[in-house]
Write a protein that binds this ligand. Structure first.
Ligand code: B12
Ligand code: SF4
Ligand code: SF4
Length: 325
């Protein structure tokens, strides 16, 4: 019998938000907030508008399950609460050299790490509340991680469309537990902290952050975005007009411009060994590339995409290189 198994009313478990937050801190999450599971309004999440303008490029998975993406109760039957969780990742230093990798990819794959942490949290909550049911998600499920973090008071959606936490900036991974249980207290959304600032919008070398007609909010047009093109785009060559500023996997430019990120404390350490490996990656053969990227976000791309991205000296990445033949 769980410690607080008696807090079950009409078949619904009510959990203490304070207890869950303290368990989340024990597991190592940077922040935790709780929102009611409801449908996101079209104005809050105009996904269909984004899709209809083709801004998802060829990310077909964004078109699937659009209803679910808007309402977590369609993803988890009987869902009542979304427990949103952040893990901050700002590294203490950046890699050097002409080939840049986005900072989120310096460490081990956040999908693996957060999933483990989410399972561990779920076990602890279930230890306190017998019958507690929930499902953990990070990044890949049809649920908008950012919106739930914003609703759960963990920050606001910045003009670069990322969740900005007032303390940790946007250098945070987001995961959530969607549960059928009720919280004894829910968080309120945080106030907007961007105001008139447009630094990220102006910093994007590709003009990829656009104000979407009708929605009023900013959107990323993936077709123009370096992050999309270096990770998700599987074509043999990259758009010739893409200005990547040296990025070969992801892009940090609209985050580096943000004052909240500038002032955020470092949350991870880039040790010398890792830094050297990252810097030597452009010289890696297929075997070495696969070995090194096994538990890294870089595992999302093929070696051929990597060769295209690093270009081997060709501007914007040549479609074929000697190494590929
Ligand atoms: C598809 C996707 C991408 C695509 C498209 C990006 C995009 N902006 O949509 C690409 C490949 C380009 C991408 C890139 C990156 N991504 Co990405 N991506 C996703 C994914 C899978 C879905 C995002 C989505 O739903 N897009 C659809 C559009 C319609 O939604 P939206 O942009 O959120 O748009 C809404 C808001 O902007 C809102 N809005 C704007 N302003 C305001 C203001 C207010 C007040 C309100 C209420 C709403 C609002 O209006 C829009 C419509 O509702 C999520 C994981 C997930 N399942 O949620 C990760 C995710 C967003 N990505 C993440 C990361 C880390 C990145 C990169 C930083 C990686 C990198 N360094 O290269 C870049 C950042 C580029 C950028 N500026 O967005 C993290 C972001 C963490 C954070 N702090 O927000 C996520 C949450 C993954 C995770 N679980 O940690 N990504
Ligand atoms: S990730 Fe890079 S290319 Fe994409 S919107 Fe941000 S600055 Fe622009
Ligand atoms: S750079 Fe300015 S506008 Fe962009 S997310 Fe940061 S505070 Fe908001």
């Amino acid at each position: 019998m769980g410690l607080m198994g008696n807090l079950k009313h009409n078949g619904t478990i009510t959990f203490s938000a304070a207890l869950v937050k303290s368990l989340a801190a024990d597991v190592g999450f940077t922040a935790c907030g709780i929102a009611r599971a409801e449908r996101l309004s079209d104005s809050e999440f105009p996904l269909r508008e984004w899709l209809s303008q083709g801004m998802h490029a060829d990310m077909g998975y964004m078109q699937r399950n659009a209803d679910m993406r808007q309402d977590p109760r369609l993803l988890v039957e009987g869902a009542r609460s979304v427990i949103s969780l952040l893990v901050a990742y700002k590294p203490d230093r950046r890699m050097e050299g002409p080939v840049h990798i986005a900072q989120y990819a310096y460490g081990t794959d956040y999908h693996e790490r957060l999933k483990q942490m989410l399972y561990s949290l779920m076990q602890r909550i279930a230890g306190a509340y017998e019958g507690f049911e929930g499902r953990p998600f990070v990044d890949t499920a049809p649920i908008s991680d950012r919106h739930w973090a914003a609703r759960a008071g963990l920050g606001w959606i910045g003009h670069n469309t990322l969740l900005v936490n007032p303390q940790w900036g946007s250098y945070c991974f987001i995961g959530e537990l969607v549960t059928t249980a009720e919280a004894d207290c829910y968080d309120s959304p945080s106030p907007d902290g961007c105001g008139d600032c447009r630094r990220c919008v102006d910093a994007c070398p590709n003009g990829a952050i656009v104000r979407m007609e009708g929605a009023g909010s900013f959107q990323v047009d993936a077709r123009r975005c370096t992050s999309y093109n270096t990770i998700e785009n599987r074509n043999p060559s990259l758009p010739p007009s893409l200005d990547r500023r040296g990025y070969s996997f992801g892009c940090d430019i609209c985050q580096l411009a943000c004052p909240y990120n500038e002032q955020a404390p470092a949350a991870t350490t880039l040790d010398d060994e890792r830094k050297q490996l990252l810097e030597q990656l452009p010289d890696a053969d297929k075997g070495a590339f696969r070995r090194f990227t096994k538990h890294s976000p870089l595992n999302r791309i093929t070696y051929e995409q990597w060769l295209r991205n690093i270009g081997r000296g060709e501007p914007n990445g040549g479609s074929k290189t000697k190494t590929e033949e």
